[in-house]
Design a protein around this ligand. Sequence first.
Ligand code: AR6
Length: 331
Amino acid sequence: MPLQILRGDIVNMNTDAIVNAANSALQAGGGVCGAIFQAAGHQPLQEACDKIGHCPVGQSVITPGFSLASRHIIHTVGPIWQGGTNREEELLRSCYRSSLELAKQNGLKSVAFPLISSGIYGYPKEQSLRVATEAINEFLLQNDMEVTLVVFDKTAFQLSQKLVDEVHQYIDDHYAEDVKLQESDRMLESYDLCSVEPTMEYQVFHSESMQLEELLDQADETFSQRLIRLIDKKEWSDTSVYKRANVSRQLFSLIRSKPEYQPKKETALAFCVALELDLDDTLDLLASAGFTLSQSKRFDLIIQYYIEKGDYDINLLNQTLFKFDQKLLGV
Ligand code: AR6
């Protein structure tokens, strides 16, 4: 998955590199830097940093990961927040870009970032999150890389209160009042973001008036075939669609080459969003993979809310899903 957002401690990430929110002198410090030095082994990491000596603000350098699960540490120096008028945003963007370029030059395939500058350096968390996702997505438009943003605490996710209220309201208005379903939904919400397979649902044909012939046609067309047909119909390039879907090139190639490919629900939905399908077409594409949207799952309702609004920005959608403790689209 090209951009994933997780909550947790970055030192536990098993990516090719993790990124350190460093200082220009490349000396051990507090915050995430302190945690990384401790987990990697203070002495060898400090020696490696001392050999490099210095890193300007907005730039990045690379060292081994020593005792970390990640083989490399990319150290990037974020700007100190001074009110926003001192090129802070430009420098922060440059941190993400230079780190990703350095990862690419070193042949790395996966990188995990903390929210650079958003702790001791005082960059407002909400703004730092926006800059991070924009800069990473800009890079991902041109490059293939698995990028994870590891958020330590949820305060970075101060989505606009209006949006949060609207989503809450939508869920309240549409939520099915079935206690058992709510129970199972709660269980679903408490799963680990990365490890649980989605629940397969029975195929539901939403239009009762559908003719038998149409039903059989639909049954004949697999998810993969339907997806390719929809992409061709839109006359969009494959690349633009899988990038908009937050899906890796490898996964897209697999889906394209295997007509019987069975996607996860969050992958199928990611393509619905990428293709800007309305609710009916979304249900059709989902049905071809054996899924539907349920009124008793918050995950489904949040996606339905965005589709009904005609808002197909997958990053904002994923940030909202994250805020509501749900799986993210893509994968
Ligand atoms: N995993 C993920 N994120 C973390 C972790 C962790 N283990 N620990 C903290 N964060 P900061 P900065 C989050 O202060 O603002 C150091 O002394 C934290 O909640 O680590 O760029 C350096 O040496 C925040 O959102 O980095 C520099 O001198 C984000 O990581 C200076 O601090 C960044 O917070 C850099 O300050």
